[in-house]
Design a protein around this ligand. Structure first.
Ligand code: SF4
Length: 390
């Protein structure tokens, strides 16, 4: 095992602090380390360690679909969606011809709905501008909506055998730990630095195999909270293991700032079980999905009777005609940069009109025709509201 003298400067452990001494902590990288890293990963890799339906194929459509679905989604959650999409739209041309509403509905529950909108835009771009064929280079793939550097590298290498290395959260973590490198991963400079490291790690290995190996290694072995250091093929030269910094790495410079929003949904129902929904049209979370009329506030603990007086009470809904029935307990939903607290307020509206401008009067059991954010579908399912509004 190498000693800490292998580093540029030896920093006493008590002085180690996130992001402060990163330049001193970076290892002297040698080509020997890089070839060790590459060989150990490739020897460790076995396709059957993490079997997935899109692994053994080179069809760019399915690879692209799987990569878009897996952005910000766990494999177990994404797998059934992948299968449903492939069944409903076996080719990119069929997806390009799909109705927006149908695609949003199929995406329902996966979250981050901008991915579904970009999925459609990209499919139509491939169909209309590329004659139904995916671009076969990294640069060409980057021109498709929703395809960032990681996704382009994954498709270029898996589908077209291009010599490009992927860099995602797993790869950042493995590199930062192996090289005991506290360069922050969330800056442009940091990203460039780690891309250079992984490119050198790839070397002249087959990119398709190397990328699969490093991604599987991050998912199965060098995991964020329970790294398998005791059986790790990289352990012999892993800098973070030597210095005891495994769980301090990788480092981020900026802390995520969260804002809290309070969503008061109004479930307005007549005696027949009809209710009112509307589409979210603003550029905001859940854009183009459906919801119950909403009073959004920034203050916690707003009572139902104060809602009607709130400046954000929706136009066209006469509060005086509504009779309060009940309300749900507040529920908390964590998104990347936002905390959403939802409360569902149930009202009876005896003379619910058959039309309200800008809204849809939904007859009972018709929820299934519209795509709602998960916070709403969960509530409907929990309360069995698909069958009985009250
Ligand atoms: S020894 Fe531990 S920290 Fe280092 S690469 Fe292996 S699993 Fe990751």
């Amino acid at each position: 095992m190498r000693s800490v003298s292998h580093y540029n400067t030896v920093i006493p452990p008590r002085l180690f602090s996130r992001g402060v001494f990163f330049s001193q902590l970076c290892r002297m990288h040698t080509s020997d380390d890089e070839s060790f890293f590459r060989d150990a990963l490739l020897q460790w890799y076995r396709p059957d360690r993490r079997p997935m339906p899109w692994k053994a194929i080179t069809d760019p459509y399915r690879i692209w679909l799987s990569e878009i679905i897996l952005q910000q989604t766990r494999v177990e959650q994404g797998l059934p969606y992948f299968e449903q999409f492939v069944e409903a739209y076996p080719t990119v041309m069929e997806l390009a011809a799909a109705e927006d509403e149908a695609v949003m509905k199929l995406w329902e529950g996966l979250g981050y709905y901008s991915r579904a909108r970009n999925l459609l835009k990209a499919a139509r771009m491939v169909a209309n501008d590329h004659d139904g064929k995916f671009p076969d280079t990294y640069a060409g793939l980057r021109g498709l909506p929703g395809v960032g550097p990681y996704t382009a590298a994954a498709i270029a290498s898996f589908a077209f055998g291009r010599q490009v290395a992927v860099l995602d959260g797993n790869v950042f973590r493995i590199l930062a730990r192996f090289y005991n490198d506290a360069t922050p991963i969330d800056t442009g400079k940091g990203r460039k630095h780690y891309q250079e490291l992984v490119d050198r790690g790839l070397g002249d290995a087959e990119a398709r195999l190397f990328n699969q190996a490093i991604m599987d290694f991050g998912a199965l072995a060098c995991t964020p909270k329970k790294a398998s250091c005791n059986v790790c093929p990289l352990a012999e030269r892993c800098g973070a293991l030597v210095d005891g910094t495994v769980y301090d790495l990788p480092v981020k410079e900026k802390k995520v700032k969260r804002r809290t929003r309070y969503f008061h949904f109004l479930i307005l129902a007549d005696g027949e079980g009809s209710t009112v929904i509307e589409q979210r049209l603003e550029k905001d979370i859940w854009q183009s999905l459906y919801q119950f009329p909403l009073v959004e506030t920034t203050e916690p603990g707003l009572k139902t009777d104060a809602l009607a007086l709130h400046p954000n009470w929706p136009d066209g809904l006469p509060a005086r005609d509504l009779r309060f029935v009940k309300r749900s307990a507040p529920m908390k939903h964590l998104l990347t940069h936002q905390t959403i607290i939802t409360v569902f307020h149930h009202f009876s509206w005896a003379n619910l009109p058959s039309e309200i401008s800008g809204r849809i009067i939904l007859e009972n059991k018709m929820f299934k025709n519209y795509a709602f954010p998960r916070v709403i579908t969960r509530y409907l399912a929990e309360k069995s509201l698909l069958l009985d509004l009250f």
